[in-house]
Design a protein around this ligand. Structure first.
Ligand code: CAA
Ligand code: FAD
Length: 387
């Protein structure tokens, strides 16, 4: 019996090396300033576009790099190792465009994926609202048909990269009597009349990625901007998350790896009691546990990514919903523990902005909250197990 080896391909390892080199040179130097100044870094965006890493998942037929789901995970992981905020460029470009890849007409895919692949505009994903976070189906934003147009009114909350993205996949109610089956998905453009943005949220972490409300005031868009058929928007939104919770897992892995690498370097240099603190078994066991948790979460994430890729190629994967929630939950919980321990390993220095691990700890926290809180991931997993 001869089966393919159970491992990432050599190309995946080469990709990791090249993204790490680019991230060390062109992204890491901006990470502390992006956090401190709470500014989106257009320099990082340009560096990612030049290397064709800003929306690496877009298929070649739409002018993209055509990276598979595992390659996309590796890119996000390596960018997040240097700067978590910057990793939201490839991650949210994927989140915003997977609804099109899954459900849009060829014409709509071609119209919107090509400019994203060329780096002319980013995509965001607008599901959440002030009163509809975990209970996403409780959204109030409405889209009312008016001839060959829809008129949209409402407020989307917490939208990552709002204001810097040109395009938004936005879910709205088209039939208020039909519950989740009355929700439809649309492409809204920043340039559409009536679209505006709230002030930047003042956050604990990922400060280099703007999070803002998207406010829709009588936004009139052509009906052909609907993604898929009327009433299929909620399913498309959730099917998208089956693929993209894996990218948040990747972001968490990258943040955790960055913290672990920094802490290992530090404990080998720092001396107390006349020797490097790495000599103390109490710290050695911490480092071992950190690396063990990280590698376990990584393997789960890569397994989920392989399933995601197969599903994108039309091979139904019954356990994708479970695995993507499991990967996001495991990787984000691991990242929170690992970054907290990294701060501990640096002692008082770790608690200051003179070292990067406190930023990594603050950045890690969001991975337990967005794309569904980890309570919701556990609910999704339990529903899959008990159905
Ligand atoms: N794929 C496709 N369809 C799905 C699905 C999936 N994975 N899961 C459920 N559905 C379908 C169901 O079959 C059902 O359709 P039918 O009525 O036709 O059978 C419909 O969707 C409604 O499903 P539920 O009854 O299960 O819906 P619910 O309201 O009870 O719960 C939920 C859904 C799992 C709680 C969902 O609301 C959820 O995931 N909430 C968390 C919100 C979230 O993750 N937000 C992420 C925002 S994006 C973000 O945060 C961005 C960022 O990180 C950068
Ligand atoms: P709530 O739903 O109010 O939850 C509050 C608490 O109750 C949580 O601990 C939650 O786990 C718990 N809880 C709720 N329901 C249950 C239940 N049934 N069982 C057990 N516990 C429960 N959304 C987008 O659409 N697009 C984006 O780009 C985006 N980016 C974001 C960026 C940031 C920085 C942040 C903070 C959020 C972003 N979100 C985005 C929204 C994010 O997905 C929501 O914040 C998240 O889904 C939780 O919703 P909520 O904040 O309303 O919390």
């Amino acid at each position: 019996m001869s089966f393919p080896l159970y491992a990432p391909a050599e190309e995946h390892d080469m990709l990791r090396e090249s993204v790490r080199a680019l991230a060390d040179e062109k992204i890491a130097p901006y990470a502390a300033a992006a956090d401190e100044n709470e500014e989106f870094s257009w320099d990082v965006y340009k560096a990612l576009v030049s290397a064709d890493l800003h929306a690496v998942h877009v298929p070649e037929q739409y002018g993209g790099a055509g990276a598979d789901a595992l390659a996309t995970v590796i890119v996000i992981e390596e960018v997040a190792r240097a700067c978590a905020s910057s990793s939201l460029i490839p991650a949210v470009n994927k989140l915003g465009t997977v609804p099109l890849l899954l459900s849009a007409s060829e014409e709509l895919k071609s119209r919107y994926l090509r400019p994203v692949a060329r780096g002319e505009g980013m995509f965001s994903y607008a599901l959440s609202e002030p009163e509809a976070g975990s209970d996403a189906a409780a959204m109030k934003t409405k889209a009312v048909a008016d001839g060959d147009f829809y008129v949209l009114n409402g407020t989307k909350m917490w939208i990552t990269n709002a204001g810097v993205s040109e395009y938004y996949t936005l879910m709205a109610v088209t039939d208020p009597s039909a519950g989740p089956r009355g929700i439809s998905a649309f492409v809204v453009e920043k340039a559409d009349e009536g679209v505006s943005f709230g002030p930047k949220e003042r956050k604990l972490g990922i400060k280099g990625s703007p999070t803002r409300q998207v406010i829709l005031d009588n936004v009139r868009i052509p009906a052909d901007r609907m993604i898929g058929a009327p009433g299929t928007g909620f399913k498309t939104a959730l099917a998208t998350l089956d693929h993209t919770r894996i990218t948040i897992a990747a972001q968490a892995l990258g943040i955790a790896q960055g913290a672990l690498d920094y802490a290992i370097g530090y404990v080998k240099e720092r001396k107390q009691f006349g020797r490097p603190i790495a000599d103390f078994q109490g710290l050695q066991f911490m480092v071992a546990d950190m690396a063990m948790k990280l590698e376990a979460a990584r393997q789960l994430t890569y397994h989920a990514a392989a399933k995601s890729e197969r599903a994108m190629h039309g091979e139904p994967q019954k356990d994708l919903t479970f695995l993507s929630s499991a990967a996001k939950c495991a990787a984000s919980d691991a990242a929170m523990e690992i970054t907290t321990d990294a701060v501990q390993l640096l002692g008082g220095y770790g608690y200051t902005k003179d070292f990067p691990v406190e930023r990594m700890m603050r950045d890690a926290k969001i991975t337990q909250i967005y794309e569904g809180t980890n309570q919701i991931q556990r609910m999704v997993m339990a529903r899959q197990l008990l159905k």
